[in-house]
Design a protein around this ligand. Structure first.
Ligand code: HEC
Ligand code: HEC
Ligand code: HEC
Ligand code: HEC
Length: 157
């Protein structure tokens, strides 16, 4: 007997797979970006696109070359390892052209509690306060120098 007597539907089924595979290749050709795969599972052109973004942070070294007085005070205090732009925000525009871009002074009522408000999620030995209890609306910089905040270490304003 002929084993392939009724094989027509098998070939039609196989034909469907071939068509689906070709459709997949065509759609893939349109959808996958050109530079994908150049450096592995990654769109290579993304690197140039990211590199072309404007630089917003100057880095603390830049700040310290001009604001040497503040760098000296800060370097001896408890905020030695908190970088300028962590508090002042991105200031590359100011560092490149200090005369025309004047930074605003940070609002300590918002800034300081971002790191120091008491929370069970913070490490136990990190200094934390309940602002309402601790200063009751008196601005933090009335008593603390933001650049050298520990009062008992001679950082009082
Ligand atoms: C090229 C020198 C230069 C660099 C770099 C620079 N600054 Fe300045 N900055 C100045 C000058 C000049 C002024 C305006 C004079 C002044 O008030 O001391 C100023 C003013 C400021 C002020 C406002 C002072 C005020 O009294 O309101 C802040 C805050 C400040 N700079 C922070 C920064 C930070 C943070 C950086 C690093 C991202 C930085 N600066 C980098 C020169 C510089
Ligand atoms: C912990 C947060 C913090 C850090 C870190 C910090 N600053 Fe400030 N800075 C402040 C605050 C808050 C003020 C505003 C104080 C005020 O209103 O009296 C200020 C004020 C200033 C001023 C205005 C002049 C003055 O003394 O009031 C300059 C200039 C300045 N900062 C530069 C710097 C530079 C440069 C660095 C890095 C070396 C730096 N700051 C790091 C919080 C910070
Ligand atoms: C970006 C996070 C950050 C911000 C914003 C910040 N601090 Fe701090 N602060 C720190 C770190 C980190 C230390 C050092 C903690 C340590 O070494 O245990 C510190 C230490 C201190 C201390 C010393 C505590 C002690 O043990 O004596 C005081 C006081 C303080 N900060 C007050 C302030 C004030 C006031 C402001 C607002 C001007 C401020 N901080 C903003 C991160 C921050
Ligand atoms: C009336 C003055 C005053 C004001 C205003 C004030 N503080 Fe203090 N603060 C102190 C004194 C005094 C201490 C204890 C001495 C020290 O550790 O510096 C202290 C300690 C701290 C400590 C260390 C706490 C610890 O457990 O080690 C932090 C953090 C702090 N203050 C943050 C702030 C913040 C944030 C503000 C603003 C919301 C603020 N302070 C406002 C006087 C003040």
């Amino acid at each position: 007997m002929n084993l392939f007597k009724d094989a027509g539907h098998l070939f039609r089924f196989a034909g469907l797979f071939v068509i689906a595979f070709i459709a997949f290749l065509v759609i893939r050709g349109y959808v996958v970006p050109k530079s994908f795969g150049k450096y592995g599972h990654y769109r290579a052109a993304a690197i140039d696109e990211i590199a072309a973004l404007p630089i917003k942070y100057a880095g603390h070294q830049a700040c310290e070359t001009c604001h040497t007085d503040i760098a000296t005070v800060k370097g001896k205090g408890m905020h030695a390892h908190v970088n300028c732009e962590a508090c002042h925000g991105a200031l590359a525009a100011h560092a490149n052209d200090p005369a025309s871009v004047q930074p605003v002074k940070p609002d300590t009522a918002v800034l300081c509690v971002r790191c120091h408000s008491a929370s069970a999620a913070r490490p136990k030995n990190f200094p934390q306060i309940d602002a309402a209890e601790h200063s009751n609306g008196v601005p933090c910089e009335t008593c603390h120098n933001p650049h050298s905040p520990a009062i008992d270490a001679g950082g009082a304003k």
